[in-house]
Design a protein around this ligand. Structure first.
Ligand SMILES: O=c1[nH]cnc2c1ncn2[C@@H]1O[C@H](CO)[C@@H](O)[C@H]1O
Ligand SMILES: [Zn+2]
Length: 384
């Protein structure tokens, strides 16, 4: 008699499962071959490798440094080749295509417009080039049989002093492809409260923002991001684990901040592979995502930088299913969490969950019912 096999998905099912991505950097996700071509076209001679495969390996190894500061140095090369309208358009279009190919149905992709001005583009021209690229990528994906929606998050760099200007830019392009705001860059020494004016402005405009916090620096950073700045979501937030005590008998005690994060359903944009590279976690199996998921924090799974980590949404889920035995039900839970936490309007999120995400998982979960056995009818004993 046929019985239901456990829903632990294989690589092919993981890739076909609808996935939702909230934390992905545009300048951390270029195809190595595109970097090589754009560098040649622009006469950028400082690439450490000029052969695409070797360049991909270089990024992964250079980012594997154990420190966020060293990890971030690699972005000098990607930003250097993203300075013209054509380059930004191409990178954005390929980003949407690559995500769609990997089974991502909704993504919020972030970048810092202020890092793309060295060849004379204005902030507005940067935003429009990227938005146009995303629309083109969505069209190409559709032509290849994939459906994806991509929204942009505008990031301000935390060491710089342009956050209010970038927040205003995000507000101007609201409903025109930009869905929210973020701050990123080195965390230690640059607390989010430096940019309070930007966050207060966005709150007054009823706009949305996430803050990179609790990645390289711990609880004070998360506390500031939530209680001073009013972040809707936490970029990483993985260090919330420092406020959770697990006793020898398995009993768990949450501190005030961890309780707040869980009670208020604050979305955590966790990025396992990125954390292994910057030293925020030692292995997938030891990554706090295991405990945070068990404790029902609003956990989401993300790529952060696909180029620097040599990863994809499917690969992140493969690593997690290997480490924790996650099933398709777990994958659906992470995906629904992410879709609930997106910055697009509620009715659109709900429709994505009910009409795209859940039917996609239902389809995958029911496959075992229709699996053909390899035995011919009437034969007995031989089981496939
Ligand atoms: O994990 C991260 N933590 C903090 N900052 C980051 C991370 N990944 C990328 N960036 C920074 O965000 C900028 C805009 O996309 C990137 O150029 C990089 O400096
Ligand atoms: Zn990030």
């Amino acid at each position: 008699m046929m019985s239901q096999t456990p829903n632990v998905p294989g690589p092919d099912q993981i890739r076909r499962a609808p996935k939702v991505l909230l934390h992905d950097h545009l300048d951390g996700g270029l195809r190595p071959g595109t970097i090589v071509e754009l560098a040649a076209a622009r006469g950028y001679a400082a690439l450490p490798e000029t052969e695409a495969d070797k360049l991909g390996v270089w990024f992964r190894e250079a980012a594997d440094s154990g420190s966020l500061e060293r990890y971030l140095e690699t972005f000098a090369h990607t930003c250097a080749v993203m300075q013209t309208r054509d380059a930004l358009f191409r990178v954005a279009a390929e980003c949407a295509e690559d995500l769609a190919e990997d089974g991502v149905v909704y993504a919020e992709v972030r970048y810092a417009p202020e890092q793309h001005l060295t060849a004379g583009l204005t902030l507005e021209e940067v935003v429009e080039a990227v938005n146009d690229g995303f629309r083109e990528g969505e069209r190409r994906a559709r032509a290849n049989g994939h459906r994806i929606r991509v929204g942009a998050l505008l990031t301000a760099m935390r060491h710089a002093a342009r956050a209010l200007e970038i927040a205003e830019l995000a507000n101007r392009y609201r409903d025109l492809g930009v869905v929210g705001f973020d701050i990123a860059g080195a965390e230690a020494g640059y607390p989010p409260t430096r940019h309070l004016d930007a966050f207060e402005y966005l709150k007054r405009e009823n706009n949305h923002f996430t803050i990179h916090a609790g990645e390289a620096f711990g609880l004070p950073s998360i506390w500031q991001a939530l209680q001073w700045c009013g972040a809707d979501r936490l970029g990483h937030g993985v260090r919330i684990i420092d406020d959770i005590e697990v006793a020898d008998d398995g009993g768990v005690k949450l501190g005030r901040l961890a309780s707040y994060v869980r009670d208020k359903r604050i979305p955590l944009e966790l990025c396992p592979s990125s954390n292994l590279q910057t030293g925020a976690a030692a292995s997938y199996a030891e990554h706090p995502i295991g405990l945070l998921r068990k404790l029902h924090f609003r956990v989401t799974v993300n790529t952060d930088n696909r180029l620097m980590s040599g990863t994809s949404m499917s690969r992140e889920f493969e690593k997690l299913t290997e480490a924790f035995g996650y099933t398709l039900d777990d994958m659906q839970w992470f995906t629904v969490n992410a879709m609930k936490s997106a910055f697009i309007p509620f009715d659109e999120r709900l429709a994505m969950i009910n009409d795209v995400v859940k039917p996609g998982y239902a389809e995958l979960k029911s496959e075992w019912l229709f699996r053909q056995t390899s035995t011919t009818s009437g034969s007995s004993g031989a089981s496939a």
